[in-house]
Ligand binder design. Structure first.
Ligand code: BDR
Ligand code: CA
Length: 315
């Protein structure tokens, strides 16, 4: 595969950090934009800068929206610790964010790389929705949007809602309806695709950067045990980027996805129409047009081993 031009919109976050390091190795990482989500905007922006500093990457970082479009800002702090990236001490950032708001940077980058840019949305979709609203041509300039968000089944923050989608459902709704080709790699797949103790030990045997990642993942795994009884640390975010390096690790269903904005118990849920309906059945049963390529299965062992190998390729 040729190297994909990618921009990551994120809220680091342990799995975001892994996604950034992974993308920088395999893709042309044109920028990182930050959003509220796993922690305060200031903390996640600092975390993004520290991860890039750790890896000696000069990727520009643009700071984005501190609050969702509607509703109340709530951070996923408990899963990622008080800094948003607890578990190790990362280097002080060697630079500050660029002097351009994330929303403008997203628009500029999409325009400069028309039809080539993949936008990876691995935090709440606030910046993306703002870009879509501010520049009507934005969505049409993108090659694709790849999203870690939503789920075809269970949620993590509520029984039916995944955190990124739930943290700004209105923004997710705008994004899913924008008309760009969209790939959704949701919690149904990512919650089963994670690193275990053995993976962490492998990283510990690597150099300075893998050791930092091992310490981060040890913290994250412990929180996953504590809250979900899991014995893996799900690598949610990187799952949305791997398809641009290996296109055979996930399988999909192309279908209609809508975001629930109203329900008292279902706000932030992604309603994925996975029914097998004929054209006649679709018309009768009110199935909307397919707008999203939804991941339904992953080859988790192969995907995780490939991600660990990538992190180990850092010294
Ligand atoms: C998503 O929420 C965040 O905590 C993770 O970084 C990931 O993007 C998983 O629901
Ligand atoms: Ca994230």
């Amino acid at each position: 595969m040729t190297r994909t031009k990618i921009l990551i919109d994120c809220d680091p976050g342990h799995d975001d950090a892994v996604a950034i390091l992974y993308a920088a190795r395999h893709c042309d990482l044109l920028g990182v934009t930050t959003t509220h989500g796993n922690n305060s905007l200031d903390n996640v922006t600092r975390n993004a800068l520290s991860v890039l500093t750790l890896a000696g990457l000069d990727t520009p970082v643009a700071k984005g929206c501190a609050d969702p479009i509607a509703g109340v800002r709530i951070h996923a702090g408990n899963g990622h610790g008080k800094t948003g990236l607890d578990g190790t001490t990362l280097p002080e950032p060697d630079r500050t964010p660029i002097d351009r708001h994330a929303v403008d940077f997203l628009i500029d980058t999409a325009q400069q790389h028309k039809d080539e840019l993949v936008l990876a949305v691995i935090g709440p979709a606030t910046n993306v929705a703002m870009a879509i609203k501010r520049e009507p041509r934005f969505a049409g300039w993108l090659r694709e949007i790849t999203v870690m968000g939503g789920s075809t089944g269970l949620g993590n923050i509520t029984p039916v809602a995944e955190f990124n989608c739930w943290a700004d459902p209105e923004a997710s709704g705008v994004m899913y309806g924008c008309g760009a080709p969209i790939r959704m790699v949701g919690y149904n797949v990512t919650s089963r695709t994670g690193t275990n103790e053995d993976d962490i030990q492998r990283l510990k045997g690597g150099g300075r950067i893998p050791s930092h990642v091992a310490d981060l993942l040890e913290f994250y795994l412990e929180r996953q045990r504590q809250f979900f009884g899991l014995n893996i640390a799900p690598m949610h975010d990187v799952c949305a980027i791997v398809p641009y390096v290996h296109d055979d690790m996930l399988t999909y269903h192309h279908c209609n996805v809508q975001v629930e904005l109203q329900g008292k118990f279902t706000r932030g849920m992604t309603v994925c129409d996975l029914r097998t309906l004929t054209e006649e059945g679709k018309a009768m049963r009110g199935s909307g047009d397919a707008n999203v390529l939804v991941a339904v299965e992953a080859d988790a062992p192969r995907l995780i081993s490939h991600v660990i190998d990538t992190i180990l390729s850092y010294s």
